[in-house]
Design a protein around this ligand. Structure first.
Ligand SMILES: [Zn+2]
Length: 458
């Protein structure tokens, strides 16, 4: 049965002074010995500790960061959090057999309370690795879902219900229910997106119907929190042919160009993967203002190829990063993701200047915020922005010496260096431990449940 493993409901935001950071990576770049004051969910002061205390008084909680690197929380812009129950369940299989023989039959056995359980496990992994905002797509059911797990964990996030041809009307109804129950919850911390699964699993008619539905929902629920649309796009090289054979539709100019011709590609679109793009696709993404959520580790693991991120960026397309689901990664570690994203471009093209550490870090922070249309409130440490912050230990062997903070964060730092995490002005992780989470009972229930589901021999 479904359980809330976070012992307290998400409460009032804290008043926090992060003091004397060894390095604070603010909007202005790396700064040393700066302090940051958080109040009412927001960053209200950045400066010398003494000046802040003189002007604003003391905070209820002070985090001494003399040995810490203070960074904006990382944004994982494409995930399927519920799937952590399938992490490592099937490995090294050909893609189709992995999906058809293992993943889909296992998913069919999972119940809504399992979606909630899996998403809770993923939320814990995100928090411990400095991720403060997640975009996640699975199935919505009132009795158990990812949005609820996001809410309970204190994470910021966007949840979506994936729609396929064979779930079309039901999918639209569930999306509506998801919006009604969760969109804008807790001051906009929880948001909802529409999500046609992919252009080869949703007919052109359905794609247009979902887009019309999204616009209606946006009207109904106001403009304060945009309802975005997230879709898997050009992950496999076979998509153009599949669209043709399934729907008789011509996507020969490219899958993004095809979506644009249907009127379903816009600045509100987050396109996950975007690997096998044509010239027309780059133009379509650029002109529509759609953004990319690249998942380099998942793409490698399921053998789909490598997205040309420098090319997309040179067109001015917003490039963010994601892990994809735990079944195809298998971790939700955005530090790994930044590193591999950068190394892939350098290694494949023989050009060490490509997708450098600053670009990789930005892709996991401010570019993610831009993609989510939340760059005015998250994605960097700046006055007036929401306090989504991670603090890393910089006193360990891995962090000494430390010359370039971006290079350090992307190429040396580990998720395990994350000590403290603040989301929406609440301290959720302290000394690498999630406050208020009954971790033991969560892990025990996950083990019990995967045995019950027959995922492991009991
Ligand atoms: Zn995905």
């Amino acid at each position: 049965l479904k359980k809330n493993y976070f012992s307290q409901p998400v409460g009032e935001p804290d008043s926090i002074l992060i003091s004397n950071a060894k390095i604070a990576l603010t909007e202005r770049g790396p700064e040393s010995r700066k302090s940051i004051l958080v109040r009412d969910r927001k960053i209200v002061a950045i400066g010398e500790r003494s000046d802040i205390v003189a002007k604003h008084g003391r905070a209820t909680i002070e985090i001494d960061s003399e040995n810490g690197i203070v960074i904006p929380g990382l944004i994982n812009n494409h995930c399927h959090m519920a799937m952590s129950l399938l992490r490592g369940y099937a490995e090294d299989l050909p893609l189709l057999s992995w999906l058809k023989d293992k993943v889909w039959p296992a998913e069919a056995r999972m119940s809504p309370s399992d979606y909630h359980l899996g998403a809770t496990l993923s939320a814990a992994e995100c928090l411990l690795s400095g991720t403060t905002c997640v975009t996640t797509i699975y199935f919505y059911d009132e009795s158990g879902n990812e949005a609820e797990a996001l809410y309970e964990s204190g994470l910021r996030g966007t949840a979506a219900h994936g729609i396929f041809d064979w779930t079309a009307d039901e999918g639209l109804k569930r999306t509506r229910d998801l919006v009604k129950s969760w969109h804008g919850k807790d001051g906009g911390r929880i948001r909802v997106a529409t999500s046609p699964h992919a252009p080869y699993s949703c007919s052109p008619t359905l794609l247009k119907k979902i887009e019309a539905h999204r616009k209606e929902l946006q009207k109904e629920y106001g403009d304060e929190y945009p309802i975005l649309n997230t879709i898997h796009l050009s992950e496999a090289p076979t998509e153009i042919a599949e669209i043709k054979s399934k729907y008789g539709a011509d996507a020969s100019r490219g899958v993004a160009a095809y979506l644009r011709s249907l009127g379903v590609l816009s600045r509100d679109t987050i396109a996950a993967h975007a690997i096998h793009l044509t010239e027309d696709d780059y133009l379509s993404l650029k002109e529509s203002g759609a953004s990319i959520a690249s998942c380099p580790i998942s793409n490698l693991k399921v053998g789909m190829g490598v997205a040309d991120l420098p090319r997309a960026m040179s067109e001015g397309i917003t490039v963010s990063l994601g892990t994809d689901g735990p079944a195809s990664n298998n971790s939700l570690d955005m530090f790994e993701t930044m590193k591999i994203a950068s190394l892939l471009q350098k290694g494949l093209k023989g050009d060490t200047t490509l997708f450098d550490s600053t670009q990789a870090f930005d892709a996991a922070t401010i570019q993610g915020a831009l993609s989510l249309k939340q760059s005015d409130s998250i994605g960097s440490i700046a006055l007036g922005k929401k306090a989504d912050i991670a603090i890393l230990d910089a006193s360990n062997v891995r962090s000494t010496p430390l010359y370039n903070v971006y290079g350090h964060l992307v190429f040396s730092a580990h998720a395990a260096d994350v000590k403290d995490v603040i989301v929406d002005g609440r301290i959720l992780v302290r000394d690498s431990r999630i406050l208020n989470l009954d971790t033991q009972s969560l892990l025990k229930d996950v083990e019990r449940r995967v045995a019950e589901l027959g995922f492991i021999a009991s």
